[in-house]
Design a protein around this ligand. Structure first.
Ligand code: URP
Ligand code: ZN
Ligand code: ZN
Length: 455
């Protein structure tokens, strides 16, 4: 054997049990008590949890956005991922008019091949159908393992928005191909209306970012997205769910048997819109914004009840000087915050403090994302799966600070957050890439994950 992890407690989405894990050629080949194998490397995991690596299915690395480019390169972003127990990231390349899916993802792949510290996949953001050619190309993209596509119902002025007809055509095409459409749901016209009004009134602080896109602005678009998916009988995946009313519409659709998948993010679970009243409120500007306590409570309740399918980060950090562009005008703040290194530790801390079970956290951060997005070899500690393994110390206290993160940004909204329990090692297909605070892998370790469509 190449690796034997002995004496830990394995956690899957269904159960936890004491067993050893044996790894050969990057795969889990045996699980059991007191495995009798010799191995090149033996790890004593007694007293520790042995978890599948997380999949952060929502990241924006090196993304041109808000007049700049998000602060983490593919290298630094995936390095940070590894150090937070994330062994697969999904990136969101954004199509510009005329670009093809394979051309765009191919360009990104050329960089990732050299830089990726964890495995990676693409959800391609479609902004223009190129006269219908994109609908044809989707078939080829699906064959190459790009089985999900994103539609922005916002960012009209940024030329990233799709109209309802385009969304409908994409949903129907995805249904034919067994692909998934991911939706960023907010109403652009309401946002523009409020933004214009506030700017005219000289209301320019970060608080007005929230007030220009409050709960009902997100809810309207959530409901519209759910409406289309339910009536067209197509699956849909709503990204970064942050509001109660929209969430309730998704829950209702789920209960009626529609394939509506819901993702939320740690920032919506931890912060409320009150952060926008802070002096540094601009650093928390992301879209959709954090909402009120009622929405936050609804998200936690739905997480516990099983109505939320995944937790991912929407990792899209910007440097302080870029956030400062909007000191006196919230519309000039690049939207997005950091999170990829905090996802698993944050959610596992919630398990450690009894808010959720460890099994549920594994389900939300690893098993479900792998299943929903067709990563057959990921998402569980099971024989035949990739040996993407996180060793977690339930007793290790950790305080998040920009100085102990492994990204390239210069500040984090998570500064000072105290966690009880922390990952101590991450293995990517059997290779140790994170060891007690240090990144120990090599850029280029990560591989493209060719995903399987639902049919
Ligand atoms: O504010 C955010 N979320 N920035 C990244 C782009 C997006 O909308 O997901
Ligand atoms: Zn978004
Ligand atoms: Zn996003």
């Amino acid at each position: 054997m190449d690796l034997l992890i002995k004496g830990g407690t394995i956690v899957t989405a269904k159960e936890s049990f004491a067993a050893d894990v044996a790894v050969k050629d990057g795969k889990i080949v045996a699980i059991g008590k007191d495995l009798p194998f010799e191995a090149e490397k033996v790890v004593d995991a007694s007293g520790r949890l042995v978890l599948p690596g997380a999949l952060d299915v929502h990241t924006h690395m090196a993304m041109p956005f808000g007049g700049t480019v998000s602060a983490d390169s593919y290298l630094s972003g995936t390095r940070a991922a590894a150090c937070g127990g994330v062994t697969t990231i999904f990136d969101y390349p954004v199509q510009h008019k005329g670009q093809t899916i394979l051309g765009l993802c191919g360009e990104k792949n050329d960089v990732l091949e050299k830089e990726a510290c964890v495995d990676y996949a693409f959800h391609c953001c479609i902004t223009d159908l190129n006269g219908g050619a994109i609908l044809d190309e989707m078939e080829e993209a699906v064959k190459k393992g790009i089985t999900s596509f994103k539609c922005f119902l916002v960012y009209k002025k940024e030329n990233m928005m799709v109209d309802d007809a385009t969304l409908t055509r994409l949903l129907l095409r995805a249904k034919e191909l067994g692909a998934m459409i991911n939706v960023h749901a907010e109403n652009p016209d309401l946002i523009d209306l409020y933004t214009e009004k506030f700017l005219k009134e000289g209301k320019t602080s970060a608080w007005y970012h929230y007030l220009s896109r409050p709960e009902f602005v997100e809810a309207e678009a959530d409901k519209r997205a759910v409406h289309w998916a339910s009536h067209l009988e197509t699956p849909i995946y709503i990204v970064h769910m942050a509001d109660k009313e929209g969430l309730e519409a998704c829950i209702k659709a789920k209960e009626e048997g529609h394939k509506v998948y819901v993702e939320t993010c740690p920032q919506y679970l931890e912060f409320t819109c009150d952060v926008y009243k802070r002096e540094d409120g601009r650093n928390f500007i992301c879209s959709p914004p954090m909402k009120g306590k009622e929405s936050q409570d609804a998200l936690w309740k739905a997480l516990k009840a099983g109505y939320i399918d995944t937790v991912a980060t929407d990792h899209c950090p910007f440097q302080s000087y870029e956030k400062d562009w909007g000191k006196d005008d919230f519309t000039k703040v690049p939207n997005g915050c950091a999170g990829v290194e905090n996802l698993y530790p944050y959610m596992l801390d919630a398990a450690n403090s009894g808010k959720l079970s460890f099994e549920r956290v594994v389900e939300l951060c690893s098993t479900n994302p792998a299943k929903i997005f067709g990563c057959e070899n990921k998402g569980s500690i099971a024989i035949g799966k990739d040996a993407d393994i996180v060793i977690y110390d339930k007793d290790k206290d950790f305080t998040i600070s920009v100085s102990n993160m492994h990204s390239d940004y210069d500040h984090t909204i998570w500064e000072g957050k105290e966690l009880h329990g922390y990952p101590v090692q991450t293995y990517l297909r059997g290779k140790l890439v994170y060891d007690n605070g240090e990144y120990v892998g090599n850029p280029g370790d990560g591989k493209y994950i060719k995903r399987k469509a639902a049919k």
